[in-house]
Design a protein around this ligand. Structure first.
Ligand code: ADP
Length: 346
C-alpha cells in the first residue's frame, strides 16, 4: 500500500530542489555579472575623477586623497546590497516554490491515486464475488463429510450444486478476463466488419434464452436489407460480445412474451444501434452507475434474482471505447430500457 502523504512530500522536495537549484544558479550568475559590471562602473568613475583633477586649466576641485578607498567602499556596499537582495529573492522563491511544489505534487499524483483506488476497489469486489460461490461449496462439502453414511442421492445433489457454483466461478473468471483483455487500446487487429454479421451472430447467442421466455427480437431494418450493408472498422469478436451483452440484458430484465427491438441507423459517418426492451427498466438513481464495474441495481439483486455480476455493461463500455465510439442508456423504472451505441463507419 502506497503512503501517498509521504509521496506528496517526497515529490514536493524534488520539485523544490530543482527550483532552488535553478534559482541559486541564476542568482550566482546575476551576482557575478552585476558585480563585474559594478566594478567596471566604479573603475570608470575613479578614472574620470582623476582625469578631471589633472585637466589643465580646470577649476580647482578638491579630490580626496583616498579616492580609491572611497570608491572601493562604495563598490563593496553595492555588492553587499546585491547579496542581501538576492538572499531575500531566494527566500521568497523558496516559500513560493514550496507552496507551488506541494500543489503540483498533489496534482501529479492524484490520477495515480485514483487509479490505485479503483484497482483496490476492483480487487476487493472481485475477491468478494469469487468468495461467495467458494464459501457455498465449502459449506456444502463440510456438511456432507460429517455424514458417516452419505446417501448416494444426497451426494449427487451436492455434486450438482457444486457444479452450479463452479459454473458461476467460470463465468465470473471469464468476465474478469474479458475486462482485462478489452482494456488494451491496441487497434492493430481491427478489420472491416459487416454490421449485419455481428448482429446475426449476437442474435444467435441469445436466441435460446429469448425463446425460453417467448421473447421476440425484432431488427429494423431487416438484416438482409440494403440499408444493413454497413461496414465498421473493428474487432469482430468483441463487437459480437458487445451486442450479446446488451441483448442478453434486454432478455434477462424483460418479462416473458415481450418484445426487444434492434434499430440500426446511419448518420454522419456513424452507425447508431439502439436496443430497446419492454422490461423492468432502471431507476433514475441507478442509471448513472450501471456502467461501473460490479454495479447491480437492487431490482436485479433482489426480487426475481437475475443472475449476473454487474460486469456486462462495464465490458460493453470498454469495447465501445476501444472502438472510439460511445454508449448511452435511457430508462425509466418499469417502463423498459434503451441502450444506444454509436460506432464510426469505415
Ligand atoms: P448484470 O450482470 O447485473 O446484468 P450489467 O453490468 O450487465 O450486469 O448491468 C448492470 C446493471 O444494470 C444490472 O444489474 C441491471 O440492474 C441494470 N441493467 C442492465 N441492462 C438492463 C436492462 N436492459 N433492463 C433493466 N436493467 C438493466
Amino acid at each position: 500500500m502506497i503512503n501517498f502523504h509521504a509521496a506528496y512530500l517526497k515529490l514536493t522536495l524534488w520539485y523544490l530542489l530543482i527550483v532552488t537549484t535553478i534559482s541559486i544558479g541564476f542568482s550566482f550568475y546575476l551576482y557575478r555579472t552585476t558585480s563585474a559590471e559594478l566594478g567596471r562602473g566604479f573603475r570608470r568613475q575613479a578614472t574620470s575623477f582623476r582625469d578631471t583633477a589633472i585637466l589643465p586649466g580646470s577649476m580647482a576641485i578638491r579630490i580626496p586623497n583616498d579616492i580609491d578607498q572611497l570608491i572601493i567602499g562604495q563598490f563593496n556596499e553595492s555588492k553587499n546590497r546585491l547579496i542581501t537582495n538576492l538572499i531575500y529573492f531566494n527566500l521568497l522563491i523558496l516559500v513560493l516554490a514550496g507552496i507551488g511544489s506541494y500543489y503540483l505534487a498533489k496534482r501529479t499524483l492524484r490520477p495515480i491515486e485514483e487509479v490505485l483506488d479503483l484497482q483496490n476497489r476492483f480487487t476487493a469486489d472481485a475477491s468478494h464475488e469469487l468468495r461467495t460461490p467458494l464459501t457455498a461449496m465449502k459449506t456444502e462439502i463440510e456438511v456432507s463429510l460429517r455424514d458417516k453414511n452419505p446417501d448416494p442421492a444426497e451426494a449427487r445433489k451436492l455434486l450438482e450444486s457444486n457444479l452450479e457454483e463452479i459454473a458461476k466461478l467460470e463465468s465470473l473468471s471469464n468476465a474478469l478476463l474479458k475486462l482485462s483483455r478489452y482494456q488494451n487500446n491496441n487497434r492493430a487487429d481491427f478489420q472491416n466488419v459487416p454490421l449485419n454479421e455481428v448482429v446475426v451472430e449476437a442474435y444467435g447467442c441469445v436466441a435460446k434464452l429469448a425463446s425460453q421466455k417467448s421473447i421476440e427480437i425484432i431488427c429494423k431494418p431487416e438484416l438482409d436489407s440494403e440499408q444493413m450493408k454497413i461496414i465498421l472498422k473493428g474487432d469482430k469478436q468483441s463487437l459480437i460480445e458487445l451486442f450479446v451483452i446488451l441483448l442478453e440484458n434486454a432478455v434477462k430484465y424483460s418479462p416473458a412474451e415481450s418484445k426487444i427491438y434492434i434499430l440500426i441507423e446511419q448518420s454522419n459517418k456513424n452507425a447508431i444501434i439502439t436496443i430497446r426492451d419492454q422490461g423492468i427498466g432502471i431507476k433514475a438513481s441507478d442509471l448513472p452507475y450501471i456502467f461501473n464495474r460490479f454495479y447491480r441495481a437492487d431490482t436485479s439483486r433482489s426480487k426475481e434474482k437475475v443472475d449476473g455480476y454487474g460486469l456486462g455493461l462495464s465490458i460493453a463500455k470498454q469495447i465501445v471505447e476501444r472502438h472510439k465510439g460511445n454508449i448511452t442508456a435511457e430508462s425509466k423504472s418499469g417502463r423498459g430500457s434503451k441502450f444506444t451505441v454509436r460506432l464510426a463507419l469505415v
